[in-house]
Design a binder for this molecule. Structure first.
Ligand SMILES: [Zn+2]
Length: 178
């Protein structure tokens, strides 16, 4: 399904309208969901998100990573999902125009590595020695996790319930709304 959304492009401000492509498919464990992509034909800006079918409640998905096999566990991260590596106190919060994506645990760790790599490249002066040391320490630990040498718990917190860890060992707990 393709339609035009009467909304200016957040990148180039073109008011020609954004193209919206909606695709409904079935993901194992996740069930039916709709993938929505917004595209600006003027500058190429693109945003993808996942909307789960009805019956989803907000909550926290959690999984213990204790073997290399778990690197293949798939994750659906909607734009409203925050991913955390609990043990390292690292988290990626949804940004203002965050895109949703489907990845696996290894892909999640890669994204954390990339973010730390950016901080590391920006911290070059001697005054930032501590930052550099901390980044290198984190990168070492992330590498160990990927090799299955360091156990950790990964969580995805999504108040809208559109994100999920697709694994039999993943545990869901509902967010209480009081
Ligand atoms: Zn644009």
């Amino acid at each position: 399904m393709e339609s035009i959304v009467d909304q200016p492009c957040p990148l180039c401000n073109s008011d020609a309208g954004l193209k919206m492509i909606a695709l409904t498919t079935e993901i194992p464990y996740f069930g039916e969901h709709t993938q929505i992509t917004l595209v600006c034909d003027n500058c190429g800006w693109k945003q993808t998100d996942f909307i789960a079918a009805e019956g989803k409640v907000g909550g926290i998905w959690s999984i213990k990573i204790d073997s290399v096999d778990k690197m293949n566990t798939r994750i659906v991260r909607s734009s409203s999902g925050t991913i955390r590596i609990v043990d390292l106190d690292l988290e990626v919060e949804p940004g203002a125009s965050a895109s949703g994506y489907i990845t696996n645990i290894e892909g999640v760790i890669n994204r954390f590595e990339d973010s730390i790599g950016i901080i590391l490249r920006q911290a070059k002066t001697d005054e930032e020695f501590e930052t550099i040391q901390k980044c290198n320490e984190l990168l070492k630990k992330l590498m160990k996790m990927k090799n299955g040498e360091l156990q950790c718990t990964i969580e995805i917190i999504d108040p809208r319930g559109h994100s999920q860890i697709l694994d039999d060992d993943a545990v869901f707990s509902q967010i209480s709304d009081n």
